[in-house]
Design a protein around this ligand. Structure first.
Ligand code: CA
Length: 726
């Protein structure tokens, strides 16, 4: 347990004590003449093909990640609607045992809410009272987070015939007994010598659990696997990029893909990880999934030829039964901007040019909205859903983007990209309303700077990107006039016309996932604004909001219990004080007339910004910045100041006062059980001295800035990071 978690727990304990006698933060249930039927009589998570195929006709439930197999995140419930949403209030809440960021989209099945939280834990709550029925902890070793790019997060779970499935950060797929919370089976989905992790939600189709991994920032080869839901045995696996030709190719798709690669790409895996979107369409009987960035990010180091590098940054369709390749569409050929094509997708039935079509849609990280024929993968529409500067648009004949000159930052060039590595749209699920015909997209407007690292060498630990990661900081500081910044908002987008219909208010940093309902509403978390909101789905007018005391990022759901509609959302994203701040990560459940109240947020003062004097020569600080950028920035932030709660802000760490203490952690690995492993394999004492000098210089610089001072730092959410996902 980290110090922060211990802190969080003490808050939790005091909250629980304060509420002793009236349940764990629950509103006392109203006295009912006829007590509601006991959920204990219903078999837990009793979900199979019949119910999942007809999920839209059972809107009282939320049985799969996106609501139905089509993943439109549309609830057919309308008891909460435009006319009465102002009366929405908190029915109950339940605290988690962590203050880390929460990205888990819950399931609601027959009276029970299931949700995954940080460290790949899973909770089951009695939906009537908020009481914890069980908690499952896969006991992920803290050391594994050196392989995790973007937060100690988990985005969701799947249910099938009495079991709940979760992927763990250290690459296990686990089946949990939905009644007891006990592990039924656990299968390692990765080679543990490689730098994989799982943060995405599994899906279940026809008795197979589908799961992919993250790791594209570290140098791995992506794949999607299907496991038998009963036994956990591997059924099929589809690799997304070819391996070493000397080992032979798994299939023709790999043979064809290898022709689009040059150099010795397999040494760093090639990338193309399947870290978020997976969708099974029962009508086409295909499984669709998005693939991540090429590895390393910088195409000049990945493939020195002009190859497209199939199938990175692509949408792939395979047979659900066999995993056999059917079609692919590559969104970003020869990706060199971390433009993962993994953002959430959905299947829609639309009339296009007079013809009814079943289509697959994705507002992608690269800023383009893609609409493909679900059966054939034919590109039918492609339009930017926000401002982009790396392409002037998509050639509909070839399906390829027209890339602007300079965007590839070759020959020592610099490119201030929009969207930057954060993407125009991350992992945050979209919603679609058949009432309005609009797609609701959590949209990011974020720049980042691309610059090659001319000294790049593959590293056995930490990021393998091939870019100057610290340029984000140094370039913007030396070029204050260039466009920069990171804002986000919910956007209503017409998939037929490619027009933006409305935009919600902008937040700093990322924004939250969306839920559309038959009540004419769109619910959405406002990221670091700490708001949870309901918009009029047609006009975009904000009709209701509540302060959640923490960041709201994950996918909301809606369900019906005892004749009442509820909206549930898992919140947590420390935008107040970072690593050292107290815990407000929770499950929040709302209904009309709900009267529960969150306890007031505890006043909090972060540790002082009080570094030793900066005395090191500029060349040492510069060397330290370079090493910091490669080995530390992934977790601790780009400029020595982390953005979130998962990792300490190094400008405030007491370790700065002593090189010996600093090296005990960085070289000797004394905090390894808490996740800070030794970097002795790649850093020498001269390197750590330079890194410490850089952080001290940065801390002194911050202390001189009026907006920082010794008080609270300006910190955003840990985001899913500067570059969401893996
Ligand atoms: Ca990525």
């Amino acid at each position: 347990m980290t110090r922060t978690e211990a802190l969080g727990l003490s808050v939790l304990v005091s909250v629980s004590l304060a509420l002793a006698g009236c349940g764990r933060g629950a509103t006392p249930p109203p006295a009912a003449a006829n007590p509601p039927p006991s959920t204990a009589k219903v078999a837990p998570a009793d979900v199979g093909s019949a119910r999942l195929l007809n999920a839209a006709s059972e809107p009282s439930q939320w049985m799969t990640y996106g609501g139905t197999y089509e993943e439109q995140r549309y609830s057919g419930l309308s008891a909460i609607n435009r006319g009465n949403v102002a009366q929405l209030g908190l029915a109950w809440y339940a605290d988690y045992d962590t203050n880390l960021q929460q990205e888990g989209s819950p399931l609601y099945i027959d009276g029970v809410i299931y949700v995954s939280t940080a460290w790949s834990k899973v909770y089951a709550f009695d939906a009537r009272t908020g009481k914890t029925l069980w908690e499952y902890d896969p006991k992920t070793p803290g050391q594994w987070i050196v392989n995790v790019c973007c937060g100690i997060v988990n985005r969701g779970i799947a249910a099938w015939h009495g079991k709940i499935y979760v992927g763990t950060l250290d690459g296990r797929l686990v089946a949990i007994d939905a009644k007891t919370g006990k592990e039924v089976w656990s299968t390692l989905t990765i080679d543990p010598r490689e730098h994989y992790s799982i943060t995405g939600a599994p899906r279940v189709a026809n008795g197979r659990v589908l799961i992919g991994e993250a790791g594209g920032e570290y140098g791995v080869r992506g794949y999607l696997s299907a496991y038998d839901a009963e036994s956990g045995k591997l059924d099929w696996r589809f690799y997304t990029v070819p391996g070493n030709p000397k080992d032979g190719f798994e299939n023709d798709a790999m043979r064809r893909a290898a022709k689009t690669w040059g150099g010795k790409w397999w040494r760093l895996g090639g990338g193309g990880t399947v870290w978020d979107s997976i969708l099974y369409d029962p009508q086409t009987d295909l499984v669709y999934f998005g693939t991540g960035n090429g590895s390393p990010w910088n195409d000049q180091y990945r493939d020195p030829t002009d190859g497209d590098d199939l199938y990175v940054a692509s949408i792939i369709a395979v047979q659900a039964e066999t995993g056999e390749y059917v079609w692919h569409y590559q969104e970003t050929p020869a990706d060199t901007w971390d433009y993962d094509a993994v953002s959430p997708m959905m299947v829609l039935e639309l009339t296009l040019d007079g013809k009814r079509r079943r289509v697959l849609v994705q507002p992608s990280k690269n800023g383009i909205f893609y609409l493909l024929d679900a059966a054939t993968g034919k590109l039918l529409r492609a339009a930017p859903f926000t401002e982009v500067n790396w392409t002037t648009g998509i050639d509909m004949e070839t399906g390829r983007p027209r890339v602007v000159p300079g965007a590839r930052y070759v020959h020592g060039g610099v490119f201030d990209a929009l969207p930057g590595g954060q993407g125009a749209h991350g992992w945050h699920p979209n919603a679609y309303s058949p009432q309005t015909g609009l797609l609701y997209v959590p949209t990011q407007h974020a720049y980042s700077v691309w610059m090659t690292d001319p000294h790049y060498k593959p590293s056995p630990i930490g990021y393998n990107l091939g870019i100057n990661f610290g340029a984000q900081f140094t370039y913007y500081r030396s070029h204050p006039g260039v466009p920069q910044g990171f804002t986000s908002y919910l956007e209503a987008f017409d998939p037929l016309t490619g027009k933006i219909v409305w935009r919600g208010e902008a937040n700093q940093g990322p924004t939250g996932a969306a839920l559309a309902t038959a009540g004419g509403l769109v619910f959405q978390g406002g990221g670091g604004s700490e708001e949870f909101r309901a918009y009029d789905a047609s006009s975009g007018r904000k009709l209701w909001s509540i302060q959640a005391e923490t960041g709201v990022l994950s996918g909301p759901i809606s369900y019906e219990l005892d004749g009442k509609q509820y909206v549930a959302v898992s919140v947590g994203g420390n935008s107040r004080g970072g690593f050292y701040a107290p815990n407000y990560s929770r499950m929040l459940v709302f209904t009309l007339g709900g009267r529960a109240k969150l306890p007031p947020a505890t006043p909090y003062t972060p540790p002082p910004l009080n570094p030793p004097p900066a005395t090191a020569p500029a060349r040492v600080v510069a060397a330290g910045r370079a090493k910091y950028s490669q080995f530390c920035a992934a977790c601790h932030g780009e400029n020595g100041q982390t953005r979130g709660a998962a990792f300490p802000d190094l400008t405030r760490t007491p370790l700065l006062v002593s090189q010996d203490a600093f090296d005990q952690v960085v070289l000797k690995g004394v905090l390894s059980p808490q996740g800070m492993v030794s970097f002795a394999a790649v850093l020498q004492p001269a390197d750590t001295a330079a890194i410490r000098a850089f952080i001290i210089a940065r801390a002194n610089e911050l202390k001189r800035m009026p907006q920082f001072g010794p008080g609270p730092g300006v910190e955003g959410l840990e985001v899913g990071g500067r570059q969401p996902g893996g």
